[in-house]
Design a protein around this ligand. Structure first.
Ligand code: 3PY
Ligand code: ZN
Length: 621
């Protein structure tokens, strides 16, 4: 009650009461809903409404209405036992053996991670995943796993979605308890862009496995197994998780001109991964360069040589990767990655419906129900429209990937970066420069973070109007991005083809940086043990974590907002309903936005459960 609140208020107790005391504490008058929380949400919404960082709202009201109608009690019941129960029963070795022995091809759904990372700048919010999660658990219980975490999702959650990635993981695990959650781990770089101390890898893997990751797909951006070994070992130390070690595919294996990335190269790499303790081998074709005949040869050779199951990941950038999947399936591949059709194609994965249709009626049929797979497509289509402002603008497939080799996730990003730098209409020049930069740096494997190094160099050279040959001959005459210097300095390890000399020595002259930190302070070690999640957030992404913590404090937990409001704010004449915890509902409305005053501030008149409030917002325009 009002009185109880008043007498327990620290300022009241201390006698610090001024005339504004009551005005500053509107929550004292409202026990239906702490107005404080409402005001915090409105502070966020008013800022978005005035400044429209993602443009005006254009989408329909609710993606949720597109979900198939399943009776409530079906959704409330436990979903059918799935691959996760099998993992808990058999352990990772047994689970991998069963995967290798089964006839049907196993399927991983990447819609919750790679698909939106590669199409929508990783922007899909936890809320939109949680609505569909239980449907996936009930309707697609035959899935091998759901890739839903890691890669760029961690960084983007903190930086742009103002979400704690750990909360996302815990909730997804709860929403899909029958399906293993799979994550993408960048070896020593975990989910970041540079290597971190070993204790960070260990704490990260342990906490992720504890919170809900069952399958860790581990790769290194230069295919350096030493950089992957600590993560593989950390996964093997967890009580149940699977270590899936990836060989990153690049170049053109069957081309007579391919000197470096040959079948022999991949087999030697796989041998090291098996020795390092992998449970499953993955072929990670991040740019979609693996052609059907090469896929058949590579899969056959890997399965002949090793007892581990082989899991194929590709991107459909050039448009033909269903052929690659089918060739791999005919050659015996054990599992493949696909995404919901409306979130598939181009820089994303192949469509799940297309794969199911292509294999149904054969002895390798997936076991997934094509109708169930299709029934989930309208939801993801509506989600895709909701996140329209983050579309990369790639209207269709592009064969140019066979020469520039830009990974799917990066291609969409690079287009946005190019637009931001005013180079949007010169994207072909950036693609060509990317290929040239790759050549200058020694024809490296390009995947986060090595792909960022090549992309940074390409943007810098195009921006400076530089001739790549002139740059290669005399790099001292040019500004070189920090990421490129770090790479040449060896921060990410040694590239498969060795260092490009004399370019490297010339470029590094007078620019060498000190080696990256490999030890944590005693305080950080203690913090990792005491409070692993917040400490990992801070160690991996210090700046974004600080901003995230400040945003939580100022705006409260924004996950209660629908994405439409989260991205575009409030609209005059519309009632915005916000479901809070414990069944409470907030009704928010926008009455008017005042003109900017001399300081550039606008008054935003809003209502909260019918009561008027005014919130002052800086107009950033
Ligand atoms: C990532 O590291 O985020 C990737 O998706 C690499 O393909
Ligand atoms: Zn990928």
């Amino acid at each position: 009650t009002f009185l109880e609140s008043l007498i327990s208020d620290p300022d009241f107790i201390a006698g610090r009461i001024t005339t504004s005391f009551i005005e500053e504490r509107p929550s004292l008058f409202d026990n239906r809903m702490p107005a404080d929380r409402g005001t915090k949400l409105l502070t966020y919404l008013a800022g978005i409404t005035v400044n429209q960082p993602h443009g005006p709202q254009r989408t329909e009201r609710s993606a949720r209405e597109k979900l198939p109608h399943l009776p409530e009690d079906v959704l409330r019941a436990e979903p059918p036992a799935g691959s996760r129960q099998q993992l808990l029963d058999l352990g990772p070795e047994g689970w991998a053996r069963a995967l290798r022995e089964r006839t049907s091809v196993a399927v991983t759904d990447t819609t919750f991670r790679d698909a939106h990372q590669s199409l929508l700048a990783t922007r899909v919010r936890t809320r939109d995943m949680l609505h569909v999660g239980p449907y996936v658990a009930h309707m697609l219980p035959q899935l091998l796993s759901v890739e839903a975490w890691g890669g760029a999702t961690y960084d983007v959650a903190l930086r742009f979605l103002l979400e704690d990635p750990w909360e996302r993981l815990a909730k997804l695990h709860e929403a899909m308890p029958n399906l293993p959650i799979q994550m993408l781990l960048r070896g020593r770089n975990t989910v970041g862009y540079t290597p971190y101390p070993l204790s960070v890898t260990n704490a990260f893997v342990a906490e992720a496995a504890r919170t809900g990751v069952d399958v860790f797909r581990i790769f290194d951006a230069l295919n350096n197994v030493d950089q992957m070994r600590p993560a593989i070992e950390a996964v093997r130390e967890t009580d149940h998780a699977v270590a899936e070690a990836a060989l990153c595919y690049t170049g053109n294996m069957l081309s007579p001109g391919e000197q470096l990335y040959t079948l022999d190269y991949y087999l030697r790499l796989a041998e090291q991964l098996v020795e390092a303790g992998a449970h499953v081998l993955a072929i990670k074709d991040m740019a979609g360069l693996l052609r059907a005949p090469a896929a058949a040869q590579l899969v056959r050779a890997l399965r002949e040589r090793f007892d581990l199951p082989v899991h194929l990941h590709t991107h459909d950038t050039a448009g033909g990767q269903l052929a690659t999947l089918v060739a791999a399936i005919d050659a015996g591949v054990d599992a493949v990655d696909v995404a919901a059709a409306s979130m598939a194609g181009t820089t994303s994965q192949v469509s799940m419906s297309a794969l199911v249709a292509a294999t149904d009626g054969t002895d390798r049929a997936t076991g997934l129900d094509l109708d169930a797979v299709m029934d989930l497509e309208p939801y993801w289509e509506a989600i895709r429209r909701l996140y329209g402002p983050f579309e990369s603008g790639l209207a269709g497939p592009t064969g140019r990937v066979y020469t520039h080799e830009i990974p799917g996730g990066q291609l969409s990003n690079l287009r946005q970066q190019a637009i931001a730098l005013g180079l949007g209409d010169r994207f072909e020049a950036i693609e060509d420069m990317y290929a040239a930069a790759n050549g200058i740096l020694g024809n490296i494997v390009k995947v986060t973070p090595s792909s960022k190094v090549v992309g940074d160099l390409a943007l810098a050279l195009v921006g400076a109007g530089a001739d790549p040959a002139a740059f290669e001959a005399d790099p001292q005459k040019f500004d070189i991005p920090d990421s490129v210097i770090g790479f040449l300095n060896g921060d990410l390890g040694t590239p498969p083809g060795g260092w490009p000399e004399p370019f490297r020595t010339k470029a590094l002259e007078g620019r060498r940086t000190k080696p990256v930190e490999t030890e944590l302070s005693a305080e950080d070690e203690q913090a990792l043990a005491d409070e692993p999640r917040m400490t990992l957030n801070r160690l991996l992404f210090p700046g974004p974590t600080k901003e995230f913590v400040a945003a939580r404090d100022t705006f409260s937990d924004l996950s209660v907002l629908n994405t439409r409001e989260f991205l575009h704010g409030l609209a005059v004449g519309e009632e915005h309903e916000v479901q809070m915890d414990k069944g409470k509902t907030l009704l928010l409305g926008l009455t008017a936005i005042g003109d900017a005053d001399a300081r550039g501030m606008r008054n935003v008149m809003v209502t909260i459960n019918g009561q008027m409030r005014t919130i002052e917002v800086r107009d950033e325009a």
